[in-house]
Ligand binder design. Structure first.
Ligand SMILES: [Mg+2]
Length: 224
């Protein structure tokens, strides 16, 4: 989750340019899932273990893809991962803030290196690194948060990455796609073959510069 990204509550009106208007707006409240009921569903999805099961199915497929690609001896193989709700879980933050968000409390948790690992992603990263694959992170967290971000990743068991790309403080573009796709292009420019990209948002993945994309589940918010 980006530090200053406009985060969107589950089925709340997005604070981005996707507010339904005219003919796309609901004409009756009966067409809109009840927000409290949706929050209860999200909690059940995570606390039941179903989130981790679904995430595991994604990382198993990603692992198989990397293993298969390595048989072709790609030049300087690399994988790219998002951080929040990809490598580290924001569920604890989200659920303790009633699935809301504010910069101040979120940045305090980033500074406290408070986010736990997502176990299937951690297993994936350890596996591919053992196989000689370079691991890069590209995150919407901001450049000044580099040290605490590395600290959090390593404190929960991630190995030191080959590289970490953080969003510049000056980047206020509506979408994070240009920043993330440009960072992947930079990694390719270093001579790496970016075998795959993993993220919990479609905006983590769009814009090319990876052989394959793997989307983790996230029913909590949207980042454009
Ligand atoms: Mg994310």
């Amino acid at each position: 989750m980006a530090v200053s990204a406009l985060l969107v509550l589950v089925l709340a009106i997005p604070a981005v340019a996707t507010v339904p208007t005219g003919s796309t707006a609901p004409t009756s409240a009966s067409q809109i899932p009840n927000l409290d009921a949706v929050k209860a569903e999200v909690i059940a999805y995570y606390t039941s273990g179903n989130y981790e099961r679904e995430a595991s199915s994604v990382t198993r497929a990603a692992t198989a893809f990397v293993d298969e690609q390595l048989r072709h001896h790609p030049r300087k193989p690399a994988v790219v991962l998002d951080i929040d709700d990809t490598a580290l879980s924001d569920y604890g933050y989200e659920s303790s803030h009633d699935f809301g968000y504010d910069d101040a409390s979120y940045n305090r948790d980033i500074d406290a290196e408070a986010f736990p690992a997502i176990a299937p992603t951690l297993a994936f990263v350890k596996h591919v690194q053992r196989e000689g694959v370079a691991v890069f992170f590209i995150t919407g967290r901001r450049v000044p948060q580099r040290a605490v971000t590395i600290g959090n990743l390593m404190r929960v068991g991630y190995p030191k990455p080959a590289g970490l790309y953080l969003r510049p403080v000056s980047d206020h573009r509506h979408s994070i796609i240009p920043f993330k796709s440009h960072a992947r292009a930079e990694i390719q420019g270093l001579g790496y073959t970016v075998l795959l990209s993993i993220g919990d948002q479609w905006s983590d993945l769009r814009g090319g510069h990876a052989e394959r994309d793997f989307k983790l589940p996230n029913p909590m918010y949207l980042i454009p």
